[in-house]
Design a protein around this ligand. Structure first.
Ligand code: SF4
Ligand code: SF4
Length: 226
């Protein structure tokens, strides 16, 4: 009986302790908000989903090289001379665009939001946005494509490049053939090694060789002979 009454006492006292804490918070200002109707101000340096402004992207691949988890995949090919890449052919900070970018994907399922891809970009066209609500049911939904080129456009530009490269190769081959068929006389001339006599040597007057003085013995011999 004593234990039974003790249990009742402990139960009531623990309820009272809990209710005391609850009632003490009633007059305080609430800290919860009614999300998603209400939203908190995000911190200034928050890291969320990336965005790439393709009008400014020059396809330099710096962001992909900086990514520690290799979640950026970029494909590029050269533009032929006279072809305009994008709408204007230059970025907003005046850099010339020489590469088409038919593929620029970021796999946000792999992305760790380290922001390392943002800093090396020379045109500042890849940056963090304030979008953090992009849940999907399948992982494929987190593969984002940023290129503004359609497959038809890519095909057209690639075939133009192939034609240009073939033309360049043909010109090179023609130039090489023309060089090889140059007259041999010209090449022979080039092979002759001219041996030039230095002017100072050529103008030197010839000095007659001096006779070496005869010894006394020889002189005596000559006298007796005579
Ligand atoms: S934030 Fe980090 S992990 Fe995500 S794409 Fe950029 S470099 Fe890669
Ligand atoms: S670093 Fe910038 S300009 Fe270079 S490929 Fe990446 S997004 Fe484009």
């Amino acid at each position: 009986m004593k234990a039974y009454l003790k249990n009742i006492y402990q139960t009531l006292s623990s309820i009272m302790t809990g209710m005391k804490i609850t009632f003490s918070h009633i007059p305080e200002k609430s800290v919860t908000i009614q999300y998603p109707e209400q939203r908190l101000q995000l911190p200034e340096r928050e890291r969320n989903r990336l965005y790439v402004n393709m009008e400014d992207c020059i396809g330099c691949d710096q962001c992909a090289k900086a990514c520690p988890v290799s979640c950026i995949d970029i494909e590029t090919f050269k533009a032929v001379p006279g072809d305009i890449v994008g709408r204007t052919g230059v970025t907003s900070n005046g850099k010339k665009k020489a590469l088409f970018v038919p593929k620029f994907t970021i796999d946000f399922a792999k992305c760790c939001f380290c922001q390392l891809c943002v800093f090396p970009c020379p045109t500042e066209c890849i940056y963090m946005t304030d979008v953090f609500e992009y849940s999907v049911f399948k992982r494929d939904g987190l593969l984002y494509e940023f290129t503004d080129m359609t497959p038809e456009m890519t095909l057209e530009k690639k075939s133009k490049l192939a034609e240009y490269q073939a033309e360049q190769e043909r010109k090179k081959a023609e130039a090489a053939a023309a060089k090889a068929s140059e007259p041999k006389e010209e090449t022979q001339k080039a092979d002759v090694i001219k041996v030039e006599v230095p002017k100072s040597e050529a103008l030197k007057p010839e000095v007659p060789k001096e006779e070496t003085p005869k010894s006394d013995e020889q002189k005596e011999e000559n006298k007796t002979e005579s």
